[in-house]
Design a protein around this ligand. Structure first.
Ligand code: HEC
Length: 291
C-alpha cells in the first residue's frame, strides 16, 4: 500500500509560466533545466510560476519574483523618491551599460558638493589659522627665556637699557687718545650681553625676578653689598636654600663657572650698575681669585 501511494504522489510533470500568461513557457519531466531567455522580457519585475503535477492530479505551485535588467542602468541625483519639490529643478541623470563591470564614475550621477563639506573645511581652515598664530606668537611670560631671547631681534627688543652710551661699547685701549676717563675694565656691552644670555630668563630683563620663584636683583643686598667676593661666589658656585628678604626660594640658582672671568665680572658689574643698584665694581682678577 505504502509503495503504491508513494508512487501516486511522485510528480510526473513540471510546467513553467512567466507572469500571468495562460500559455506555459514549457513543460518538463522532473528533474529539468529550464532555459529562460530574459531578452524576450521587458526590463522590470516579473514572476516565474512553476506548477508540478503528480500522478493523481495534485498540483504544487511555487512562485519566484525576479527583476529583468537588460537595458542600461540609470542613476538619478537631485530627486529623491517621494520628495516634495517646487520651482525649477536640476536633476543629474546618468546611464551605464548592464554588461559593463561596475564603474563608480559611470554608475553615478554627479552630485553637488554638500554644504557640510564646506562647513567642515572652513572649521579646519580657521583652526589651522588660529594654531599658526598661536604658534608663532611669543607668550609674554616667556619673552625673556633663552629660547625666545635667542632670536636676535627679540633679544634686542628685550635687552635691558644699559647705563653706558653705545659709543663706549668698543673696548678702548688704555692710554689711547680719549681713553682718559675709561675704566680699566669695560664691562658695559659684555655685561648686558652675558646677562641677557644667562640670567635674564630667571631674574628678568629689568632685574625684577619672578615674585616667589626667582628673586629680584634690583635693590638686592648682595648686589649692592660692598663685598664683591660674595656676589662672585654665588655666580660661580650657584645658590640654594637661602631666604632672601623674607622669601624662601625653592628653585636653585645654577652655578656659572663655565663663564670666563671677564664674563662673570662684567655681568656682576652690569647688575651692580643697573635698575637703581650701586654696588662697588669687581674685576676679572676678583673672579680668578674666587674660583
Ligand atoms: C634658573 C634660574 C636662574 C638663573 C638662570 C640665574 N639665577 Fe640667580 N638666582 C636664582 C635663584 C632661584 C636664586 C635664589 C636662590 C636661593 O634663594 O637659595 C638666585 C639668586 C641669585 C643671587 C643672590 C641674591 C641674594 O640676595 O642672595 C644673585 C646675585 C644671582 N642670583 C645672580 C645671577 C646671575 C648673575 C645670573 C646669570 C649669570 C643668574 N643669577 C642666573 C635663579 C637663577
Amino acid at each position: 500500500m505504502a509503495g503504491r501511494s508513494e508512487a501516486q504522489h511522485q510528480p510526473v510533470s513540471i510546467t513553467v509560466f512567466i507572469d500571468d500568461a495562460q500559455e506555459p513557457l514549457a513543460t518538463y519531466k522532473p528533474p529539468a533545466v529550464v532555459t529562460l531567455d530574459t531578452t524576450q522580457l521587458d526590463d522590470g519585475e516579473h514572476m516565474l510560476r512553476i506548477h508540478a503535477v503528480d500522478a493523481v492530479g495534485h498540483v504544487g505551485v511555487r512562485s519566484v519574483p525576479f527583476i529583468v535588467s537588460n537595458g542600461p542602468g540609470i542613476t538619478v541625483n537631485g530627486l529623491r523618491p517621494g520628495s516634495r519639490v517646487r520651482g525649477t529643478l536640476e536633476i543629474n541623470v546618468n546611464a551605464f551599460g548592464s554588461e559593463e563591470p561596475f564603474d563608480p564614475v559611470r554608475a553615478e550621477s554627479e552630485g553637488p558638493i554638500p554644504v557640510w563639506t564646506w562647513v567642515f573645511f572652513a572649521i579646519v581652515a580657521l583652526w589651522a589659522t588660529w594654531y599658526g598664530l598661536e604658534y608663532f606668537a611669543t607668550p609674554e611670560a616667556f619673552a625673556n627665556t633663552p629660547t625666545y631671547a635667542a632670536n636676535p631681534a627679540l633679544a634686542k627688543a628685550n635687552a635691558p637699557a644699559t647705563n653706558a652710551p653705545p659709543a663706549t661699547t668698543a673696548p678702548v685701549a688704555p692710554g689711547a687718545p680719549g681713553a682718559k676717563n675709561v675704566a680699566a675694565f669695560d664691562y658695559s656691552s659684555l655685561g648686558a650681553q652675558t646677562y641677557a644670555a644667562n640670567c635674564q630668563s630667571c631674574h628678568g630683563a629689568t632685574g625684577s625676578g619672578i615674585p616667589g620663584t626667582f628673586p629680584p636683583l634690583a635693590a638686592d643686598p648682595i648686589v649692592n653689598g660692598a663685598d664683591g667676593d660674595a656676589h662672585v661666589k654665588i655666580v660661580l658656585k650657584g645658590l640654594s636654600g637661602k631666604t632672601i628678604a623674607g622669601t624662601h626660594y625653592s628653585a636653585q640658582m645654577p652655578a656659572f663657572s663655565q663663564l670666563t672671568d671677564a664674563q662673570i665680572a662684567a655681568v656682576i658689574d652690569h647688575e651692580r650698575t643697573s635698575w637703581g643698584n650701586h654696588g662697588p665694581l669687581v674685576t676679572p682678577d676678583t673672579v680668578k681669585k674666587d674660583r
